[in-house]
Design a protein around this ligand. Structure first.
Ligand code: FE
Length: 420
């Protein structure tokens, strides 16, 4: 009998997709297996089949899914995981209609978090981020992207990326590090060019030399970085071997998403103010559009990414949490649910958005985001019977157990109980 490190059997409904990232998600693209089983060895999926055939063929720890839904692990492709402080007292200002740019101008928003982050010790920042990662794990997240961006100086950005590296090492969730050009720091307000030069010519080379980030990202928007400044930073990142992603068209449209034309980007996120005709550019270049539905709620905006145009043009769509002090929810499961209500995504589009298409957003396609032989054994056992509960039930945790790299990481159970 071939050995498996873990067998999951009695899966009521296993839902994954028949191929890698999808430009359009139709029911025909979904693989829906009833009464299924999965065999896992060395952190990878070895075989997917009927529950009885898997249990008859493999020997090893066996986990009874109890007739429940199993999907790939959820991939949160956009978060600002590490920061100090909180901004709860800005919430009422936002509610009363004070725009985000005005809060920024008053020294609030990002600037306030930068001060709190600089004042926090490494231990404090790591302890808080571990709490957030634990929450994410309990809610089904198995891979998370984490941006720097609350340090703003060379030393502080390096510190945040080193802490993000530590988090990847100490927590079962895989953490993909991103160096983010978030905003021009207050001390460079009248010398913004010097800051862009420092970022492109000193910070990026140092980050690359130390191997501290996979991605470089820029907050390209009105009042933040211009498309020209963004171009300079992204090109410096690409030159030093980083991959590129972008915050674009969130506050206003100043041409940021058009940068896909001549810069090799894996993902462009936000897109609330993107003109629908730009959908064709994203589709043509194969760039993933990152939708951040809870972040839209936190902005109190009526603007929406042009989801219909994305569908028509065949743009890969991902769904992410955008966890940050202005959108205090580290919850990609909730982002999936909310995406159905405020963006009109179908439950299957939401699932693809946090699995295969999120994997593409992070350059992990082919290895993460599917339940298929050879893929990483990251899986979620849900406390519901089928995928139609995605969106339908929201505001509470629908996840029962999480497997990362072939190990049951949540809940903590004694694996001896699973021995046959
Ligand atoms: Fe963001």
């Amino acid at each position: 009998m071939p050995k498996a490190d873990l067998i999951i059997y009695n899966i009521g409904e296993l839902v994954t997709f028949s191929k890698g990232p999808l430009r359009r998600v139709t029911p025909e693209d979904a693989v829906i297996l009833r009464d299924a089983g999965v065999a896992i060895r060395n952190g990878r999926i070895v075989e997917v089949g009927s529950s009885t055939s898997i249990t008859a063929k493999y020997e090893g720890l066996a986990l009874d899914a109890g007739g429940r839904l199993v999907t790939p692990g959820l991939i949160d492709s956009h978060t600002h995981l590490v920061f100090g402080g909180s901004r709860e007292d800005e919430f009422e200002l936002k509610l009363s209609g004070v725009p985000y740019e005005e809060i920024l101008r008053r020294g609030g928003g990002i600037y306030r978090t930068v001060r709190a982050t600089r004042n926090a010790s490494d231990e404090e920042l790591v302890a808080r981020a571990v709490e957030v990662l634990d929450f994410m794990l309990e809610h089904g997240t198995t891979v998370v992207e984490a941006k720097s961006g609350y340090g703003l100086s060379l030393e502080e950005e390096l510190r945040l990326l080193r802490l993000i590296k530590t988090l990847d090492e100490i927590h079962p969730i895989k953490v993909i590090p991103t160096l983010l050009a978030h905003v021009i720091p207050e001390e460079f307000k009248d010398r913004r060019r010097d800051y862009v030069d420092m970022f492109a010519e000193k910070l990026i080379p140092e980050v690359a030399r130390e191997g501290l980030a996979i991605y470089v990202d820029v907050f390209c928007d009105k009042g933040v970085f211009t498309p020209e400044e963004t171009r300079k930073i992204l090109l410096a990142g690409l030159k030093h071997g980083l991959r590129a992603r972008l915050h674009a068209d969130e506050i206003d449209y100043i041409g940021c998403s058009k940068l896909v034309l001549d810069i090799e980007l894996d993902a462009v996120d936000h897109l609330e103010k993107t003109p629908p005709e730009n959908a064709f550019l994203l589709a043509e270049k194969g760039v993933v559009a990152g939708l951040l539905p809870t972040s839209i709620m936190a902005l109190f905006t009526d603007a929406r990414p042009p989801v219909n145009a994305f569908r028509e043009a065949g743009v890969f769509m991902a769904v992410a949490s955008d966890f940050n002090p202005n959108n205090m929810t580290p919850h990609v499961q909730l982002a999936m649910d909310v995406s159905t209500y405020i963006l009109g995504l179908t439950p299957l589009e939401a699932l693809a958005g946090a699995t295969i298409n999120a994997a593409k957003s992070l350059g992990l396609e082919g290895e993460y985001g599917r339940i298929a032989p050879g893929y990483k054994a990251d899986l979620v056992i849900w406390d519901v019977e089928n995928y139609k509960w995605i969106g339908y039930a929201w505001g509470f945790n629908k996840v029962l157990a999480v497997v990362i790299n072939g190990k049951i990481e949540y809940p903590e159970i004694d694996e001896a109980d699973l021995s046959k």
